[in-house]
Design a protein around this ligand. Structure first.
Ligand SMILES: [Fe+2]
Length: 223
């Protein structure tokens, strides 16, 4: 006798953590807009224990990565079951030149809706250091995203050893941290913050204010 087939559903929870791979042509263009300009020092806005973090021209950045943002919008629709609420405004973008001994403690990005990190240059020495690492966890130079406290049966953490070209986009309030490394190299990444361009009933963009973002989060994500 044929056994009765069991029908079931299961549900993906938590934030959309998106990763694309940026091609070499675009990486080259991105490198050109990154400079260690002392007058563009961006450290006062950032949590990183990193000496060299500089603002970059956010319009130039978005122009180069526009196709990847479109791919994100597709993923958004699949993941959340609805269109992304309007377009994306880019609020800020900066480049991190990370050297040995530096790190980035657990943090979120505010006030904005989405954040991203794009790895411009991850030298081979760091990949080798990761291969040699015998400890637990993500190891040298890894990035970890935390959705909740650890619990049995929960998928609450995602850990990556980033490679050149990796481009992550995620909700700005998703906690993340970056582990230090020992290799005598410089790892270069670009980070950026975005806000959804939500319009009011008169089709006018509603402004984000540092105090108002929590209300807007409800508009964007529901709940
Ligand atoms: Fe960050």
């Amino acid at each position: 006798m044929k056994e009765e087939e069991i029908h079931y559903n299961y549900y993906f929870w938590g934030p959309l953590l998106f990763k694309a791979t940026v091609n070499d042509v675009d990486l080259k263009k991105l490198k050109k807009i990154c400079k260690k300009r002392k007058d563009w020092d961006y450290r006062h806005n950032l949590a990183g224990v990193i000496d060299n973090e500089y603002e970059i021209d956010r319009k130039e950045f978005i122009n180069i990565v526009r196709r990847y943002i479109s791919a994100y919008a597709q993923a958004f629709k699949l993941y959340y079951g609805k269109e992304m609420p309007g377009g994306l405004n880019i609020d800020s973008a900066w480049v991190n030149y990370m050297k040995k001994g530096e790190s980035n403690p657990m943090h979120i990005h505010l006030p904005c809706d989405l954040s991203s990190v794009l790895y411009l240059d991850v030298p081979d020495e760091l990949l080798e250091e990761q291969r040699q690492f015998t400890g637990k966890g993500g190891g040298p130079g890894s990035i970890s995203f935390f959705n909740q406290c650890p619990a049995p049966g929960f998928v609450g953490q995602q850990v990556f050893k980033p490679k050149t070209g990796d481009f992550f986009i995620f909700p700005a309030m998703l906690c993340h941290s970056v582990a230090t490394f020992k290799s005598d190299i410089e790892r270069v990444s670009i980070a950026a913050n975005f806000s959804f361009r939500v319009v009011d009933e008169n089709n006018k963009p509603t402004d984000i204010s540092p105090d108002g973002w929590q209300i807007r989060q409800k508009d964007v994500w529901g709940g």
